[in-house]
Write a protein that binds this ligand. Structure first.
Ligand SMILES: Cc1ncc(COP(=O)(O)O)c(C=O)c1O
Length: 370
């Protein structure tokens, strides 16, 4: 029996049309606000551009194959998160969010859902393994968390929330579908801001939501249709094209992050470091158990704000920006936003696809100026 190809190999072609003689390997983006449609409406036909269209369907099929669940695409990670938070709860339900996760997700819930009778609870990611999920209807959690890279056991959290009749959604942005498989690990929903590593070229915002439960993905798809939060065909096509190189990019990025983490942990100017791939890191055991790689994000602490700013200025190859997952190494002093409860000197570093010796030399030279 031939062995089934890995997800990594499948990602090169996932969702592309089957090979037929004389046809292109990929179709281009299809631009259409409406489609020829006469007589009675066939639910499987394309009808109107806000409902469904061919470029979306190709990428959704590709994601579905890799995630293991029906997939709905969105124009940003936040629209994917909003779809989950808005379409799966009722007044009186309690949503659980990480207190140390991506702040706009908590902001959206507080600002737009709590006033309609939804309750919000928060928990630190490091405390989730011992958390009692009593009364939680929906949890949207991140592992590893961003920016401090704490982890929790997805399967254990899924078992606990299922006992309460609730749903577990995992924001898988920091690892991507090739770095962790939330649905395989027991979560009900896997979502991602594909703006980050899945697209990877810092030129498109995008997101998706996947679920094995058809009633969940039907509600998510309906929310997209009626809220009008739809992605453009060009962005959809660019993300699909990027998916083909995700595995090779991740390999270089994660290798760079691991090598850099080993250098940073020894550097006298670095007070502390978090990287789940270091065996001394509190996230190591869980990451090794449930992740397919250790990721490309490192957080490390320098003495103070001035030192962190000076370090960032001194880097030549590293772009200073508030994102992660791109082909360029990127870093920022995270406390500049005032949104995370972290020390002023913490730098979030996203390793890119540069040659490892180049990126390590650049970072060490910048640290040596301090
Ligand atoms: C973990 C996480 N989830 C969701 C988002 C939102 O994604 P987007 O900026 O595409 O809306 C981000 C953005 O930084 C993020 O880091």
């Amino acid at each position: 029996m031939p062995r089934k190809p890995s997800l990594a190999s499948l990602s090169i072609n996932a969702g592309a049309p089957p090979p037929t003689e004389g046809s292109a390997f990929r179709h281009g983006p299809e631009f259409a606000s409406t489609f020829h449609l006469s007589g009675d409406v066939d639910p499987d036909s394309y009808q109107y551009g806000r409902f469904d269209q061919p470029t979306w369907r190709s990428l959704e099929n590709g994601f579905a194959q890799l995630e293991g669940g029906d997939t709905v695409i969105f124009p940003s990670g936040m629209s994917a998160a909003s779809a989950i938070l808005t379409s799966l709860v009722n007044p009186g339900d309690t949503i659980l969010l990480p207190s140390d996760g991506y702040k706009p997700v908590r902001h959206y819930t507080q600002q737009y859902l709590v006033r309609f009778g939804i309750k919000l609870k928060t928990v630190a990611t490091a405390d989730i393994d011992s958390f009692d999920f009593k009364g939680i209807s929906l949890a949207l959690l991140e592992t590893p968390s961003n920016p401090m890279l704490d982890t929790f056991d997805i399967q254990a959290a899924a078992d606990k929330i299922h006992n309460e009749g609730g749903l577990l959604a995992i924001d898988n942005t920091t690892l991507t579908l090739l770095g962790q498989q939330p649905l395989e690990l027991g979560a009900d929903i896997s979502m991602s801001a594909d703006t980050k590593a899945v697209n990877g070229h810092s030129d498109v915002l995008f997101g998706h939501v996947s679920s094995k439960d058809q009633s969940v993905s039907d509600k998510i798809r309906d929310w997209r249709k009626y809220s009008g939060n739809i992605p453009g065909p060009m962005e959809t096509w660019l993300v699909h094209r990027s998916l083909s190189t995700l595995d090779v990019r991740l390999q270089r990025m994660c290798d760079n992050a691991l090598q850099l983490a080993h250098v940073l942990i020894e550097h006298p100017k670095v007070l502390s470091i978090r990287y789940p791939g270091l065996s001394s890191d509190p996230s190591y055991a869980t990451a090794k158990k449930q992740q397919l790689n250790f990721g490309f994000i490192i957080s490390f602490e320098l003495d103070n704000k001035a030192m962190a700013d000076k370090f960032l200025e001194a880097c030549q190859l590293v772009y200073v920006a508030t994102s992660f997952g791109g082909v360029h190494s990127m870093a920022e002093r995270r406390a500049r936003w005032g949104t995370d409860d972290i020390a002023q000197g913490v730098v979030r570093f996203s390793a890119g696809c540069e040659r490892p010796d180049d990126i390590i030399n650049d970072v060490v030279a910048a640290l040596d100026t301090l």
